[in-house]
Design a protein around this ligand. Structure first.
Ligand code: 13P
Length: 260
């Protein structure tokens, strides 16, 4: 890790319903009060659970973020929730361009740019997710794909001068899509992640020259037994965890291990 702060972000995807989310958020809010200020823990619940989770986190050191936003502020957009609405409901961050949005819901690089702009305009920080698929990796296109995703995402935004850009490097082939227990064949070597983080920082410096140091989180099958391997790499500023963040004991172990 190069930054003083460690970012531990929990993407709950569609794993927990509203009741389960609120229950876990209450426990994590209480736990967050014992954490040092050097750690930033943020949960990204489903849109249905968002308000209950934000209420549970209020007054604690637990941050709350949106998994996805729409860029228009309000209007006839059935099924969507705008960045401005999330901000008013208590969100500080929003994931943009998660691989599941890109690959399952066909979100384009152009859409990620509109979302990044809307999130910044609403006064939140976008967590720009980038990463290559297994076939892109096999074809030797990893850097090319990630660079194109970054260039598009930051192409129109006017970056707020004091905010560190946050990027999540999530190789699509290393995402577990499961229970958090099985990582067979999905392990991205920390050294491979580190190489990409270094590359991403270089590109983002080039794209946002006036911005403070970019922070790159690693995501993809992070587990209690692997989190410190990633965090010990100099350009890994934190982690974005899916399945293993949805079980209270495993997420608390990840936080405790990250602080060692
Ligand atoms: P897993 O930790 O379940 O592999 O998910 C990673 C991810 O996509 C986080 O955004």
């Amino acid at each position: 890790m190069s930054t003083a702060k460690i970012y531990l972000f929990a993407n709950w995807k569609m794993y927990l319903d509203a009741t389960e989310s609120e229950r876990m958020a209450k426990q994590l809010a209480a736990y967050s009060k014992r954490l040092p200020t050097a750690v930033e823990t943020v949960i990204f619940p489903s849109s249905l659970a968002f308000q209950g989770v934000a209420k549970a986190a209020k007054g604690s050191r637990l941050g709350v973020g949106a998994q996805n936003v729409y860029w228009v502020e309000k209007g006839g957009y059935t099924g969507e929730i705008s960045a401005a609405m999330y901000k008013r409901a208590g969100a500080r961050y929003a994931l943009v361009g998660h691989s599941e949005r890109r690959h399952l819901f066909h979100e384009s690089n152009h859409e990620t740019a509109q979302k990044v702009e809307a999130v910044v305009e609403a006064g939140m920080l976008p967590v720009v997710c980038v990463g290559e698929t297994a076939s892109e990796r096999a074809a030797g296109q990893t850097e090319e794909v990630v660079e194109a995703q970054l260039r598009a995402a930051y192409s129109t935004v006017v970056w707020p001068l004091k905010k560190n850009p946050i990027i999540a490097y999530e190789p699509v082939w290393a995402i577990s899509h499961g229970t958090g227990k099985d990582q067979a064949g999905k392990y991205c070597e920390p050294a491979e992640a580190e190489k990409m983080h270094h590359f991403i920082i270089k590109i983002v410096h080039d794209l946002l020259p006036a911005a403070p140091e970019p922070v790159v989180l690693y995501g993809g099958s992070v587990r209690p037994d692997t989190v410190t391997d990633y965090l010990s790499e100099p350009n890994v500023g934190g982690v974005l965890v899916g399945a293993a963040s949805t079980v209270l004991s495993s997420w608390k172990t990840i936080i405790a291990d990250a602080l060692k």
